[in-house]
Design a protein around this ligand. Structure first.
Ligand SMILES: Nc1ncnc2c1ncn2[C@@H]1O[C@H](COP(=O)(O)OP(=O)(O)OP(=O)(O)O)[C@@H](O)[C@H]1O
Ligand SMILES: [Mg+2]
Length: 268
């Protein structure tokens, strides 16, 4: 749901990231990505393994410096944190209860204890873990832990949410349920989301737009505008004939890149 503001929320301009390789060679992870993302847009990025998706997100999260090129992110509300991340594995602290984990970002933001507990409880309710508010992560299943990671991100309420394969390690059913949870929460409280996934289905289910990256050095090869109306239903979508057409269109581009990435790995 893009706003009328013509300036993009995120501007990635000819971004290159080069790492030093193991044998002193240079590994070009990101090879010139240019992309504008509108305020409130949910953009999914797919690409073969090793093509620089995580690197791109790490640059957006300020965890990595570009070798060249630039990124800009517009802050529209100084009261709200600009960015938050959900990376693979829930990234939650094992020594904190569910409630403390969900409230953690609010604590960092200096939100008073009563208010942050109330917000944390609200989000724990939204993800259906009320009974586990005082449990520790080790007492939860992987899918429940991932829900805690989502609740923490939503409680933190950043303008831009950067998500790197957050559901990658989950079984197919839990994954579908969490996609549905993310859709519902995002549709209620729109934020700009950059979501990296290996799953074309997931990208089509969640995204306003799907960007396909090339094998390393990662560039944007292809873009698909996802036509499905919102609110979306993660299950019902799959029976839409456009779903399989778009799947085939993306896979057509991706297949060659996966082959190229494999060949590159074998050549070492
Ligand atoms: N810190 C680093 N030092 C050196 N090389 C790195 C570093 N981080 C990533 N790379 C290399 O950069 C390339 C891109 O890595 P990145 O993790 O961004 O890929 P990816 O697209 O997220 O892959 P996957 O889909 O497997 O998660 C890979 O060749 C990787 O080996
Ligand atoms: Mg990655």
């Amino acid at each position: 749901m893009p706003s009328s503001n013509m300036q993009p929320k995120i501007r990635i301009d000819n971004l290159h990231v080069v790492y030093p390789g193991r044998r002193g060679e240079q590994v070009e992870a990101v090879g010139g990505v240019t992309l504008d993302i509108t305020d409130g847009e949910l953009v999914c990025i797919v690409g073969p393994s090793g093509c620089g998706k995580t690197t791109l997100l790490r640059v957006l999260a300020d965890l990595e410096q570009p070798t060249s090129g630039a990124i800009q992110m517009l802050q529209s509300n100084p009261e709200r944190p600009l960015k938050g991340t959900v990376f693979q594995g829930a990234g939650i602290f094992p020594w904190m209860t569910v409630e403390q984990n969900v409230a953690y970002g609010l604590k960092l933001r200096g939100v008073p204890p009563v208010e942050r507990t109330a917000t944390a409880r609200h989000w724990i309710g939204e993800i259906g873990l009320e009974r586990f508010a005082q449990a520790y992560p080790a007492q939860l299943s992987g899918g429940m832990q991932q829900r805690v990671g989502l609740a923490r991100a939503f409680a933190f309420d950043p303008e831009v949410l950067l998500m790197d394969e957050p559901f990658g390690a989950l079984d197919a059913q839990t994954r579908l349920l969490l996609q549905q949870t993310l859709l519902q929460q995002w549709e209620r409280r729109t934020k700009t989301v950059v979501f990296v996934t290996h799953s074309i289905e997931e990208a089509l289910t969640l995204g306003d737009r799907v960007c396909v990256m090339s094998a390393r050095p990662g560039r944007l090869l292809h873009e698909v505008s996802v036509p499905f109306a919102r609110p979306r239903d993660a299950i019902a979508l799959r029976t839409d004939p456009r779903f399989s057409t778009l799947f085939a269109e993306i896979w057509d581009v991706l297949r060659d890149e996966v082959d190229r990435a494999r060949a590159d790995e074998v050549a070492g």
